[in-house]
Ligand binder design. Structure first.
Ligand code: SF4
Length: 435
């Protein structure tokens, strides 16, 4: 594909980012050149998210924006990812300006799709084809990388469309994951972030859950580099898992545990396998072991009463998560929850969303201030757009959490580790002096 110029837009979560990186790997192998702006492109690829309404709306807006660059048919426009997987049929009728649709596990057909659209033929493939993909071009800063350990999900949370989009749990064989971590480490990566829809079920479809062993092996490979784990289902966090994380100094004392709600009545309707009592006990024991906790919650779930919401609010005041994200419930067609009675008014959802954000801002600020005067290990990430040097502690995951602004005259190489004395905090970020 000599002299073919491709512009790629990547939307959605870090798992979608990995898909984009695999597509860039395929393009790199084909001699197609990736360009920095849509004006220069022969082909534009939009890798979409189709998780909830807001994300779908953003994806459509970007597709329409990219379609504006089409003058007499070029550049060709290819839509990939979750929105394509979920709505290829509807979108190919509603969006004639899109030349091809590729589903979430049909990236091996990318070059066929490009050849087809350059010949002026439409192309659609949303079959579940791809096995364990190799070769990616990182889009993260070169000192850190996401590592997908499994795709799909076999939990059936009543509000979630992901199992319909990405299919059931499909774990990557451990040798392949470990080889990727070895290659990344050899390539200078100082932090690997293990991701999946539910990392705690990793390996179950291969015979037995293997996250504990994977973390143990990954920690050995990474040396003084960090291993971080995201998206842990509460019920899957076992003593063995916690022990192996505590065994290695380079495994981040950080857990991202989407709890979604704390009212047992709502958790039951969400088809979640944990209770308020279990969640509070789990968070308490992890905090006592020095873990920083992130969670995500949904407000406005069908049938959520003021009492349910008060239980949620009371629980976050009791647990005091360091990091918390909250979503307004979005009815996703095809999910059980979308058919439930007592859908909540958008204003009530908005009010509850704002209430949670306000309470959490206070908690995060207090917890941030409690770190002032402490010297902490920080991995440098480099200079941000304002020119200041930033980094992250083990308690700060990339993209979703705040950063640590490091005051120093030195230039710190991204991916190097430093001791920083914390001097200031707000509800998101920390400030400190290099020691
Ligand atoms: S665990 Fe996450 S991805 Fe899986 S069904 Fe539940 S919400 Fe969706």
């Amino acid at each position: 594909m000599d002299n073919i110029y491709i512009y790629v837009v990547s939307l959605g979560c870090d798992k979608n980012r990995i898909d984009t990186e695999h597509m860039l790997g395929i393009l790199a192998g084909s001699n197609a050149a990736v360009v920095e702006s849509p004006e220069e492109a022969d082909v534009i690829i939009v890798n979409t998210c189709g998780f909830i309404d807001d994300a779908k709306r953003e994806s459509i807006d970007v597709i329409l924006e990219m379609a504006q660059y089409k003058q007499s048919g070029t550049p060709a426009l290819i839509v990939t990812g979750c929105l394509a997987q979920r709505y290829a049929k509807e979108l190919s009728e509603e969006l004639p300006e899109v030349d091809a649709f590729l589903g979430v596990s049909a990236y091996s057909k990318l070059l066929d799709a490009i050849r087809s659209v350059l010949d002026g033929k439409r192309y659609v493939c949303c079959d579940r084809l791809d096995g364990d993909m190799e070769g990616r071009v990182l889009t993260t800063p070169s000192h850190m990388a996401y590592v997908r350990i499994a795709d799909g999900c076999s939990n059936s949370c009543s509000y979630c469309a992901i199992p319909r989009i990405r299919g059931p749990l499909k774990s990557r064989p451990m040798p392949s994951v470990l080889q990727e971590i070895k290659d990344l480490r050899a390539g200078g990566v100082s932090e690997v972030i293990l991701v999946a829809q539910d990392t705690t079920r990793y390996g179950e479809d291969l015979g037995a859950r293997q996250l504990t062993r994977l973390i143990d092996e990954a920690a050995k490979i990474m040396g003084d580099g960090w291993v971080r784990v995201m998206y842990c289902y509460p019920e899957g966090i076992t003593e063995e898992l916690v022990d192996v994380m505590l065994k290695h100094d380079n495994v981040c004392r950080y857990l991202d545990i989407p709890m979604q709600h704390f009212s047992d009545a709502i958790l039951k309707r969400m088809n979640r396998r944990h209770t308020q009592k279990q969640s509070v006990a789990l968070a308490k024991s992890l905090h006592e072991k020095g873990f920083v906790l992130r969670t995500s919650l949904i407000v406005g779930f069908p049938g959520e009463t003021q009492e349910d919401f008060d239980i949620l609010l009371g629980s976050i005041k009791q647990i005091r998560f360091e990091r918390l994200g909250v979503f307004r419930y979005s009815p996703e067609e095809g999910t059980a929850a979308a058919k439930m009675k007592n859908q909540i008014d958008e204003d009530i959802k908005q009010a509850r969303y704002e209430k949670v954000m306000a309470v959490q801002a206070g908690i995060s600020h207090e917890l941030g201030r409690s770190l002032i005067g402490h010297t902490m290990r920080v991995m440098a990430d480099g200079r941000d757009e304002t020119g200041v040097i930033t980094g992250r502690t083990m308690g700060q995951a990339p993209s979703v959490d705040g950063v640590t602004v490091i005051s120093t005259k030195k230039d710190l190489t991204p991916g190097t580790f430093h001791d920083v004395l914390m001097t200031k905090a707000n509800e998101y970020d920390l400030w400190g002096e290099l020691q």
